[in-house]
Write a protein that binds this ligand. Structure first.
Ligand code: SME
Length: 160
């Protein structure tokens, strides 16, 4: 396992993802522990992109329960259908929110959050088993590029 990530600082988001993803694969290779791997993946994303918060929520019964994350403390439990994350779970689709103030029922875990992306993680039965949630302190910080590459990272997570 590498001891540090090497990602070019002043370059495009696409280039950063392209550099980061092979390193994420190497980071988790041969390590079977899900929590350890998710923790490292969240750190890799947080430190590469400088987002306010990035983390996993696991589906447990009719709630989302906080998993490995990087950033300020966050809401521990979110009900099905509530907030951006609960909606992504309910609808089984990626939700990009350019301005959280304009999203009905957005859950404020941290008042510095301005934009957000949430991706559902499906198991082999196509049930949502977890969600990946990233928050930025900048408006309009997430787009189709993040959707594409974070989906690739979810594909890695699904192999764990
Ligand atoms: N804002 C999210 C809640 C989770 S946090 O941002 C970490 C939402 O509305 O679902």
């Amino acid at each position: 396992m590498a001891e540090e990530l090497i990602v070019t600082e002043n370059t495009t988001k696409v280039k950063k993802y392209e550099e980061l993803i092979p390193q994420i694969k190497a980071l988790v290779e041969g390590e079977p522990d899900l929590i350890a791997n998710l923790s490292n993946i969240m750190s890799a994303l947080k430190w590469t992109f400088g987002w306010l918060w990035i983390g996993i929520y696991f589906v447990k019964g009719d709630e989302l329960v906080l998993g490995p994350f990087q950033g300020p403390i966050a809401c521990t439990r979110i009900q099905l259908g509530r907030g951006v994350s609960g909606s992504a779970w309910n609808k089984k689709e990626v939700i990009i929110v350019p301005n959280v103030d304009e999203f009905p029922d957005h859950i404020i875990c941290n008042s510095a959050s301005k934009s957000e992306i949430v991706l559902p993680i499906m198991n082999i039965n196509s049930d949502v088993s977890a969600i990946l949630d990233a928050d930025s302190d900048q408006l309009n910080d997430f787009d189709e590029v993040d959707k594409k590459y974070l989906s690739e990272i979810i594909a890695i997570i699904k192999t764990l």
